[in-house]
Design a protein around this ligand. Structure first.
Ligand code: SAM
Length: 242
């Protein structure tokens, strides 16, 4: 059943008007008809089944039944250095499917991608559309948020019970993910940081560690940035949110 996100909170029996893009998708792509059912996720991450009703030359959706919603128990914030084009889109899509709550793009010293201020709003809208489509596809009832890029200095202002720096030079024995997660069994919010294609420079790693980020190894191999992001989100999500 196709899922859509709507603004505001829904109640059983309520008639909901969908937005133009959603109606176009329903009418002209899926060619749905009156009586067909869709899934609606509302602003408080509740999930409902709704039935399409003819409304003038289009449809409205009547909320029929509430479904169990699966929102992550632990809020995972992925702070990832911006990487190029499609690989960034892929990172956003896969980490959304794997349970990230917020993606915070980072600008670090070795970032190849340099965004002009005039591009940031447009890019952020596009990234959030990728995340919304991934949420609809994997039936998340909570909407992943992708923020505008920030610096490490701005990032360290954010609070979390557990802050991880995925560091390619971390010690694979003494800085293992499982040992860290065992030492922090009951967290509600985690920030994990991933560097760009060129990695972190020494002073960035030292700066993050000085602000409470624990460096963690993702194994002996050097992973692509998007692979490292997918790997750490999947590890954290499956260990904390399962
Ligand atoms: N330029 C770096 C090098 O060749 O050593 C590689 C950087 S890697 C492409 C991008 C990011 O992925 C790293 O900054 C780190 O955050 C993460 N990463 C990759 N492999 C990792 C590993 N084995 N352990 C922890 N983090 C890793």
């Amino acid at each position: 059943m196709q899922q859509y996100f709507v603004k505001g909170e829904l109640a059983l029996g309520e008639s909901v008007m969908l937005d133009a893009m959603q109606l176009h998708h329903i009418q002209h792509v899926l060619r749905m008809r009156e009586g067909d059912q869709i899934c609606l996720a509302d602003a408080s991450s509740q999930l409902f089944v709704a039935e399409l009703k003819q409304h003038k030359d289009t449809f409205c959706a009547v909320v029929r039944e509430q479904l169990p919603s699966c929102t992550p128990v632990v809020e995972i914030i992925l702070a990832a250095a911006l990487i190029k084009g499609e690989r960034w889109d892929f990172l956003c899509q896969k980490c959304t499917e794997l349970g990230v709550s917020i993606i915070q793009p980072l600008m670090t010293k070795r970032c190849v991608v340099k965004l002009k201020d005039s591009d940031i709003a447009k890019k952020t809208i596009r990234w959030n559309r990728i995340a919304q489509e991934a949420c609809e596809q994997c039936r998340r009832s909570d909407l992943v948020q992708i923020m505008a890029p920030c610096t490490l200095k701005e990032l360290v202002q954010q609070e979390a019970e557990l802050k991880l720096l995925a560091y390619e030079h971390a010690d694979q024995v003494s800085e293992r993910m499982f040992d860290i997660i065992k030492a922090y069994p009951n967290v509600k919010k985690i920030i994990c940081v991933i560097g760009p294609e060129g990695g972190f420079c020494e002073e960035e790693a030292v700066y993050l560690q000085a602000h409470g980020f624990l460096s963690v190894s993702l194994g002996a191999r050097i992973l692509r940035a998007e692979t490292a992001a997918i790997s750490i989100v999947n590890l954290l999500s499956s260990l904390y949110n399962s």
